[in-house]
Design a protein. Structure first.
Lengths: 112, 114
């Protein structure tokens, strides 16, 4: 049973396209996150949702739009993809108050 | 701004050669310090949470300690399967949802040779 699952695992797309990454957790957590890991392996938070409510938006371009249909799902939609968006995107979840976060396996996005 | 610095960036050990990884932090108010392990192509895997200076936690060959300025991850008699990137992260007190995010260091790549 996968605790935090993301799809797809790999995504290769052309500049200017719009794409979505889906995330689901079966841990019963109230809080979900999107993190970005760049080519230097630096992991940085993008968004945090608590019970479907946006808590954190860390100066991410508005081409990135998270959507949380329910507290078990947090999807990431990216418009007008740019070369600099290439990275690994991780979804994570935790209990309220952000105790230990559990991460998905990541989605490697390559923009060509 | 919260800062987390990990050292060294990379560490090579022989099997059985004990060592320590360092994580120093500068934050306005520490709520918790977290250690994660990340294997290539995978997401970070939670190891420990430390909340107050003087606290220690152990798991197999790993022991994490915390002071007011830094944390150490001690690896005793490492094995090749301990090879991974070890990430340190802090969670802070305060408003604006700061307790809902982890601020990560850049990690230490540990390689344990047989």
């Amino acid at each position: 049973d996968t605790a935090v699952s993301q799809t797809p695992k790999y995504l290769v797309t052309q500049m200017g396209n719009d794409k979505s990454i889906k995330c689901e957790q079966n841990l019963g957590h109230d809080t979900m996150y999107w993190y970005k890991q760049d080519s230097k392996k630096f992991l940085k938070i993008m968004f945090s949702y608590n019970n479907k409510e946006l808590i954190i938006n860390e100066t991410v371009p508005n081409r990135f739009s998270p959507k949380s249909p329910d507290k078990a799902h947090l999807n990431l939609h990216i418009n007008s993809l740019e070369l600099g968006d290439s990275a690994v995107y991780f979804c994570a979840s935790s209990n309220v108050g952000g105790t230990e976060a559990f991460f998905g396996q990541g989605t490697r996005l390559t923009v060509v | 701004e919260d800062q987390v610095t990990q050292s060294p960036e990379a560490l090579r050990l022989q099997e059985g050669e004990s060592s320590s990884l360092n994580c120093s932090y500068t934050v306005s108010g520490l709520r918790g310090l977290f250690w994660y392990r990340q294997d290539p192509g995978k997401g970070p895997e939670f190891l420990f949470t430390l909340y107050s200076a003087g606290e220690e936690k152990e798991k197999e060959r790993l022991k994490a300690t915390l002071t007011k300025k830094e944390s150490f991850l001690h690896i005793t008699a490492p094995k090749p399967e301990d090879s991974a990137t070890y990430l340190c992260a802090v969670q802070t007190t305060g408003s604006g949802g700061s307790n809902y995010k982890l601020t990560f260091g850049k990690g230490t790549l540990l390689t344990v040779n047989p």
